[in-house]
Write a protein that binds this ligand. Sequence first.
Ligand code: ZN
Length: 411
Amino acid sequence: MHTTLFYVIIILLIADTLWGWFLGELNRRNWADKVPVRLSDVYPQEKFEKQKRYRKINYRFGKITSSISLLVLLVFLWFNGFALVDQLVVTISDHWLWRPLLFFAAIGFASFLLSLPFGVYGTFVIEERFGFNKTTPKTFVLDQLKGLLLGAVIGGLLLALIVWFYRVAGTLFWLYGWIALSLFMLFFSKFYTTLILPLFNKLIPLTEGPLRTAIESMSKRAGFKLDNIFVMDGSRRSTKANAFFSGFGKNKRIVLFDTLIEDLDNDEIVAVLAHEIGHYRLKHIFKTTALGILQSGFTLFLLGWFVNYPAISHALGMEEVTFQIGLIGFGILYSPVSGLLGMGMTILSRRHEYQADAFAEKYAHAAALQSALKKISANALSNPTPHPWFVFFNYSHPPLLKRLEALDGKC
Ligand SMILES: [Zn+2]
């Protein structure tokens, strides 16, 4: 017999998927049949037709992916899958540390296997068909293996710490867990481009030449050291172009994809870099990390309250209360709250983008930034007319036309 809380969990999961579909449907109805006038120079008719095919196929693929994921999860829950895995793990070890670690390793690996075919299809069928994919099967396999290993090491370490605190610190375990998690977050925010990224990509300093010269005076005025600008071989995986800022202190870096250098002229690259320097000068990474830390404190505090709540373990089919089952149940019940918090973060992120654009306009040409944004967006076949609601809930960056408008007054 399933408990009431079980049905609450089921309804939450279904509602979450339906909500995603509803936003997707709104977005689909907002698709333009004609190129918006402002983008006609970067979207010639033929390219726009290609863009339409690309968004259609991605829309359908997203719907199939989310349907299958939901279905698998519902069936798994119906048959008390989490409790079964936990009971299976106990036959291997009932040690206080190994049991939860093995449990999450099993769940993590199963969800990795489940998402793998979608990853393969997305990369080697969809992206390939539209000429984006540059990933070789070898790179893909290595990426997956490195991702798994990294997840196991980082996730395993953090989980082990939290489980240990849970055992020794009693009701205050969430506080110690929070301190540990915050240190992890600071560490990865600082060292992402110096420790993690090089595992997947090659980063090289800007070489001497006209581009470096073009960047030199701008970066000096904007207050960023040229030594901290790196070029990354994004072309190993995709033709899509990007640039980002990450890290702090000595480890701050701006990373330019080599594909971006290929697609844009020097003035446009300077403008994009000025935008990234804006993220640094306006302390966006620091603000986002600080908020992330506050959020995780709130989450862990609630987890401390609910993890031992017997009804949660019972809802997932367990007689006894265990940390791992409590954590899974809490995670699902908490998802509407984390959805709201995530929404707050995307609002903030979009504001940061406008601010970085405004910063860029002071140190580079607004018109160059506009043409850079248009090219990057069109080359990635991005949707030029997303629905405002879809943007509100999902977009970390404002839609292209809005960014162009905001820069208009400054040309
Ligand atoms: Zn940005």
